[in-house]
Design a protein around this ligand. Structure first.
Ligand SMILES: C[S@@+](CC[C@H](N)C(=O)[O-])C[C@H]1O[C@@H](n2cnc3c(N)ncnc32)[C@H](O)[C@@H]1O
Length: 326
């Protein structure tokens, strides 16, 4: 009964490896705030926030409907998801994988769709989510000897954590329309590519373009004026630094994905953009995650960063206003 929920999907851009660096960057009083995550993916940050703070209200969203269906099915009918996943696990083979992959998800019940999605995610190549023009999942079988298809205890813990969550399939602009001053919002869009060929930016049929990154930066400025507390992650590119130059930009260190070229292995920096002064103290955190490995502040000198930690509901702009006054 007491197990702590963890991400149950493999997801490109998942933040599990960055959580120890994120923990000291959260704002104060998260337990009293509403928590909103418009780019949910595998929910690594939500599960950490849940474990540390149990925020009073939660809105979780992603544009990928197949993904959001998994979360709602687990919230509302976890035992049936587990039963169906156990059947997939018992039947797993190469032929079975391609048979299930070829099945149209639209004709299935909500729970059957969810179990299919988890099964394919756990057994496909690298946990990738990719669909063709007809919106059909087309990732080949991965090379695993014993893929961990079902962890029933964790799914039950996830279901308990989601009981009071408002879960939506939505474009980020719709999700943030619900934001009020004092809300804590974590934004993790698809990475801005470091090079033309480098990054995977498509989790749905539509890919995330530069124009979407610009729209998100405008949303960030608007929400800042509303008094929301914002944490955004993205790749460390000059384009992203320019978009968020009026905010507090910090670096975190991520592992590069495995690469056959030696010069592309090792660590790589990513950016976190804040519009508040983090609570900083890690005394509320378990010792295993209380230390920051970040490289410290960039771009915005400390004197430009105002402490915007205020009571929920009270406007708390950063002072780093958009110069066009929007
Ligand atoms: C980098 S991933 C988020 C990873 C997540 N933080 C985790 O730890 O797994 C980006 C997510 O944004 C979603 N997404 C892409 N375009 C979107 C949009 N326009 N609105 C909302 N979500 C979108 C994708 O489906 C994907 O799940």
């Amino acid at each position: 009964m007491s197990s702590v929920p963890r991400p149950f999907l493999k997801w490109a851009g998942g933040k599990a490896q960055l959580l120890s660096q994120f923990a000291p960057l959260y704002p104060g009083r998260v337990e009293k705030r509403r928590y909103i995550e418009p780019f949910l993916g595998s929910g690594a940050v939500f599960f950490q926030i849940w474990k540390l703070f149990r925020p009073s209200e939660v809105i979780l969203a992603d544009e990928n409907e197949e993904l959001i269906n998994v979360y709602t099915a687990i919230r509302d009918d976890v035992e049936e998801v587990i039963r169906r996943l156990a059947r997939h696990k018992a039947s797993h083979s190469r032929d079975y994988y391609y048979r299930i992959r070829g099945r149209e998800s639209r004709g299935l019940s909500r729970v059957a769709r969810a179990a299919r999605m988890i099964y394919l995610n756990k057994t496909c190549f690298n946990g990738l989510y990719r669909v063709n023009r007809q919106d059909r999942f087309n990732v080949p079988l991965g090379r695993y000897r014993k893929p961990p298809i079902l962890d029933a205890e964790n799914l039950r813990a996830v279901s308990r954590a989601l009981q009071s969550a408002d879960i939506r399939a939505a474009h980020f602009s719709e999700t943030v329309a619900y934001a009020r001053g004092g809300d804590f919002i974590y934004l993790d869009p698809p990475y801005h590519p470091r090079s033309r060929t480098s990054s995977f930016t498509s989790y749905t049929r539509a890919s995330f373009r530069d124009s979407d990154q610009i729209e998100l930066s405008e949303v960030y400025a608007r929400l800042t004026r509303k008094g929301c507390l914002l944490m955004l992650s993205n790749s460390d590119t000059s384009f992203i630094r320019r978009l968020f130059r009026r905010h507090d930009i910090r670096k975190v260190q991520a592992r590069r994905s495995i690469n056959s070229r030696a010069d592309r292995r090792g660590r790589i920096s990513e950016l976190v953009v804040l519009n508040y002064e983090p609570a900083g103290s890690t005394s509320h955190l378990p010792s295993s995650i209380g230390r920051s490995h970040g490289e410290g502040r960039l771009a915005v000198p400390p004197e430009r960063v105002k402490d915007v930690r205020q009571d929920a509901g009270v406007s708390c702009g950063t002072g780093n206003r958009d110069r066009r006054g929007r």
